[in-house]
Design a binder for this molecule. Structure first.
Ligand SMILES: Cc1cc2nc3c(=O)[nH]c(=O)nc-3n(C[C@H](O)[C@H](O)[C@H](O)COP(=O)(O)OP(=O)(O)OC[C@H]3O[C@@H](n4cnc5c(N)ncnc54)[C@H](O)[C@@H]3O)c2cc1C
Length: 413
């Protein structure tokens, strides 16, 4: 008889795991309180980031740290109480950002990133979702020669070590691709490998339909608890009790809190982010996804309009939204590209699920048979969902995985 598996959380990560397990003949129920892909996996910048072989480290130099202190920067904001509540994981993240630790993290992280295009491709084909995806990369824009040169140097290292492809563009070459971009831009890195998605939530929904086509079941219900039984697991929701041989926790930013009753205190924290859509002004057209690298926000020409996504806000997952970071980003963005009026009634808020060593947890729970974990994908969960799905499903089925999974084990915490 097929093993019955419950996957909790239908973001990019959970949907991808569910699809891979269904493909392997398992009986899978995917549970989420919302429809698939309506939370973090809905509101992101929609880039499948093959170039992101280096996870985001915290700044360590004094000048940048002093610049963060007044809390006026566009790329990073903090709320003192939120920082206090996450003090230990934040301190560990900062320590892991030191060169001696970070240089071990990069190749491990890159091993996962390298799987992203092939694994998305497999699911895009299965879902017939090719019309949502573009394959012409994105532009990282620069305003100062010094920073541009530094990033090109890093890009060259990425090319050498991890086969990342890019082109360095001068002002004229940028203007040829993006005629409406502001005068302050002096050059860009055109990252050639990444794919961009015109509606990230729709891509997750398409993957979920592909999962159903494999015989999987999507259940919209709120998970209220999980307990281990003699022969498997019981998961309670607001309306019923579900039984399974295996449970996969893919609850994104909410994962940590649901594992505490089982005795796991993972050092999870979040970097929150916001988005808003804008009409284009007049004939102005944005042809590519563009990252205003030195300021710290991104503009993405999506189906719903030009989506502005913000950098990180360090605060509690459930704290009310603070709209100042998006307002500051919008002010600068209007000088970069002629944005028209706002299109959404409310600013979208989400939270990148983070762990102190910048890598997700993917694998078995250390002390409970039949409990599997996949969360903490930080800035790149949209990119890494399908790779995670393939790798975790492979582990659950005792297959040889394409990469070494030791760096992603849960018992490292
Ligand atoms: C502004 C911003 C921009 C970003 N840009 C990018 C990008 O360009 N590329 C990239 O790769 N990544 C990006 N990210 C990161 C990426 O969005 C996340 O890493 C990823 O979406 C996490 O996916 P997930 O499936 O783990 O979590 P989620 O998508 O949040 O899924 C978790 C699910 O759990 C469900 N859930 C929670 N609690 C319960 C419960 N009690 N019962 C039932 N269901 C529950 C939720 O409803 C949700 O659907 C960005 C993030 C932000 C905030």
């Amino acid at each position: 008889m097929a093993r019955r598996t419950l996957v909790l959380g239908a973001g990019m990560v959970g949907v991808s795991i569910a699809w891979h397990l269904a493909q392997r003949g398992r009986e899978v129920v995917l549970v989420d309180r919302r429809e698939p892909g309506r939370e973090t996996s809905f509101g992101n910048a929609g880039i499948i980031q093959r170039e992101a072989v280096r996870p985001y480290a915290f700044p360590r130099d004094l000048k940048t740290l002093l610049g963060v202190l007044p809390n006026h920067r566009v790329d990073i904001r903090y709320r003192p109480f939120g920082m206090l509540h996450a003090a230990t994981p934040l301190l560990r993240y900062w320590l892991n950002s030191a060169p001696k630790n970070y240089r071990h993290i990069v190749p491990e992280y890159a091993s996962l990133i390298r799987c992203c295009l092939e694994t998305h491709d497999q699911m895009i084909q299965a879902a017939g979702a090719g019309d949502l995806v573009r394959k012409d990369g994105f532009l990282e824009l620069f305003r100062s020669q010094g920073y541009f040169d530094k990033r090109v140097k890093e890009a060259e290292e990425g090319r050498e070590r991890f086969e990342v492809r890019f082109k360095a563009l001068d002002r004229e070459a940028v203007a040829a691709l993006e005629p409406d971009i502001g005068e302050d831009v002096i050059g860009a890195i055109h990252w050639l490998d990444p794919w961009t998605v015109a509606d990230p939530g729709d891509l997750v929904a398409a993957y979920a339909r592909a999962f159903e086509a494999e015989g999987g079941q999507c259940l919209q219900d709120d998970v209220t608890g999980m307990t281990q039984t003699d022969d498997g697991w019981q998961v309670t929701t607001t309306t019923q009790t579900l039984e399974a041989d295996d449970v996969v926790v893919a609850l994104g930013p909410w994962a940590g809190r649901w594992l505490k009753p089982l005795g796991y205190h993972f050092p999870t924290f979040v970097k929150r982010g916001y988005h808003m859509h804008y009409a284009g002004e007049g004939d102005a057209r944005l042809n590519h996804w563009v990252m205003d690298s030195e300021v710290g926000y991104l503009l993405a020409p999506m189906n719903a309009g030009v989506r502005l996504t913000t950098g990180a806000e360090l605060d509690d997952l459930d704290a009310p939204p603070h709209l100042d970071q998006l307002a500051s980003a919008e002010k600068v963005a209007r000088t970069l590209f002629p944005l028209g009026e706002r299109r959404d009634a409310e600013t979208w808020k989400g939270a990148r699920p983070c762990l102190p060593d910048m890598k997700p947890i993917i694998g078995p729970a250390p002390r409970h048979k039949g409990l599997w974990l996949a969360f903490g994908h930080g800035h790149q969960g949209f990119t890494l969902g399908p790779a995670t799905g393939k790798l975790l499903a492979g582990m659950m089925e005792n297959e040889q995985t394409a990469i070494d999974m030791a760096p992603f084990r849960a018992d490292r915490f």
